[in-house]
Design a protein. Structure first.
Length: 158
């Protein structure tokens, strides 16, 4: 009786097919992980920036100016801008722009801007129905919406 050691061609092809299927399933699930992490990171960065701007207004930060003033955030597609003053001015050289790769921002805030009042830290001209900010990852069409109150406290993250 003759015993052959090894695998037949059919067995090798079946194993290779199974490995190819497992690899494709894994790569599909991982392809959505990077954009999702990018969205989560952008939201966390924004929350930190929002709190920093509010803290600057609340504590009377001057940032090199002669007196304390309001601080705010201006929203535009794919970015937001941190600024100091009673209103947003695109020409102000002290503005700090945060670009978000493949992420769009939108807000229901009046004029696309949130301004924190100096000394109180409350949102200037707050309207309860205009209290959301949405971040949308364009590659996977997934979004995160933040809802806040007049004190700048984030009430929900959906």
């Amino acid at each position: 009786m003759k015993h052959n050691k090894g695998f037949t061609l059919v067995e090798v092809l079946i194993i290779m097919g199974i490995i190819a299927i497992l690899f494709s399933i894994t790569s599909l699930s991982l392809s959505n992980t990077v954009p999702k992490n990018s969205l989560d990171n952008a939201v966390q960065l924004f929350i930190a920036d929002l709190k920093q701007q509010q803290l600057y207004a609340l504590t009377g930060e001057t940032n090199g100016q002669s007196s304390s003033s309001n601080f705010g955030i201006y929203f535009s597609s794919g970015k937001y801008t941190l600024f100091q003053g009673v209103s947003y001015s695109a020409n102000n050289t002290s503005n700090y722009e945060v670009k978000l790769d493949d992420i769009n921002t939108s807000t229901s805030a009046s004029g696309g801007v949130i301004i924190f009042q100096k000394n109180s830290g409350q949102i200037q001209n707050f309207i309860p129905s205009n209290n959301t900010i949405t971040f949308t990852q364009v590659n996977i069409n997934q979004s995160v919406t933040l809802t806040f109150n007049k004190y700048g406290v984030i009430e929900s993250i959906l």
